[in-house]
Design a protein around this ligand. Structure first.
Ligand SMILES: NC(=O)CC[C@H](N)C(=O)O
Length: 330
């Protein structure tokens, strides 16, 4: 049998979680079950691919920082270079899958499938979703057609682009959504693709973490009624190189906040307007005169994904016009 070789990197999350009772679907301890035990629990996986597990972390994904992101990125980059690896699956907490997926989508220079998977219920729960999700993820990683489409996220029978996907619900199984829909489905042991990502990724990406030890620090400040400049000033004073402003509506900025963002820019930080709405495109020179202020807009990226792209953009340039082009490209 000519099965694909798939490496499964364990990083924690609910797919590695365990609860006290079968009825605990949302209250449980995450990141406790080793990746080899998660694989052993789904024997059918061995019919799909030659798999081996590797524990990279055992954490809740809310604790992914840039250092861990870089460690994971380097490990994936090393694996996809090997002739004896055809695909990589990463088990991951669902909370920040969208950030890790976007990051890897931008820094892994390979056409081999890289698939991130998680679950919303621990393996101990009634109707646990981790086993089928893992099965589907390995299936996709072992599917030739899944290559060259960027880093993928597989949960709940859907295959999403790592660029687009976001977690949209705190507890439901159908929490992962892409504004333009999934790329495809996993149906009855088959990966079916229906569309392709239009934005540059993986082999067409200019970002290279091989020469980097750290990522430039980027902070996010959240807008709300009665917002004041404290969060922005804290980000500036904390040594960030850029600030993502999760503005109201179409990235609007309160009249009380414009001077704070201008001060941040005058101190050399990049200032990017994003939106707290969760969908849509922030329009350049719409709510604010971005050309005049030297600010950047997020396009369709949510604040947390915009932070990832901004950090990588800063490894290439400090020119806001070039950074804006980067946001149109990726
Ligand atoms: N469903 C989940 O995976 C959430 C568990 C945990 N907060 C994490 O993101 O790792």
């Amino acid at each position: 049998q000519n099965l694909a070789n798939v490496v499964i990197l364990g990083t924690g999350g609910t797919i590695a979680g365990a609860g006290a009772a079968a009825t605990n679907t949302s209250a449980y301890r995450s990141a406790v079950v080793p990746v080899d035990a998660i694989i052993e629990a789904v024997p059918d996986i061995k019919k799909l691919a030659n798999v081996r597990g590797e524990q990279v972390f055992q954490i809740g994904s809310e604790s992914f920082n840039d250092e861990r992101l870089m460690t994971l990125g380097r490990r994936v980059a090393d694996l996809v270079k090997r002739d004896d690896v055809d695909g990589v699956v990463i088990t991951h907490g669902t909370d920040t899958i969208e950030e890790t997926a976007y990051f890897l989508n931008l820094v892994i220079h390979s056409t081999k499938p890289v698939v991130i998977v998680g679950s919303m219920r621990p393996g101990t729960a009634l109707s646990a979703d981790g086993s089928l999700n893992l099965y589907s993820a390995v299936l996709v990683a072992a599917t030739r057609e899944a290559g060259g489409k960027g880093v993928l996220v597989v949960l709940n029978d859907e295959i999403h682009s790592g660029r687009d996907v976001s977690k949209t619900n705190t507890f439901k199984l159908e929490t992962f959504k892409s504004p333009y829909g999934p790329l495809g489905y996993v149906v009855e042991g088959q990966a079916q693709f229906y569309r392709l990502p239009a934005r540059a990724h993986t082999v067409n990406s200019e970002f290279d973490i091989a020469q980097l030890t750290t990522l430039p620090k980027v902070g996010i400040a959240y807008a709300y009624g009665n917002v004041d400049r404290a969060a922005v000033d804290a980000i500036v004073n904390g040594g960030a190189k850029a600030l993502v402003y999760a503005g109201t509506g179409n990235g609007s900025v309160s009249e009380f906040m414009v001077p704070a963002l201008q001060d941040a820019r005058s101190k050399g930080l990049q200032v990017l307007r994003a939106s707290r709405t969760g969908s849509g495109v922030v329009v350049r020179n719409g709510e604010q005169p971005d050309d005049k202020y030297g600010w950047v807009v997020a396009g369709d990226q949510n604040p947390q994904k915009a932070r990832i792209l901004m950090a990588l953009a800063l490894t290439r340039t400090n020119d806001p016009a070039v950074i804006q082009q980067i946001f149109w490209k990726y």
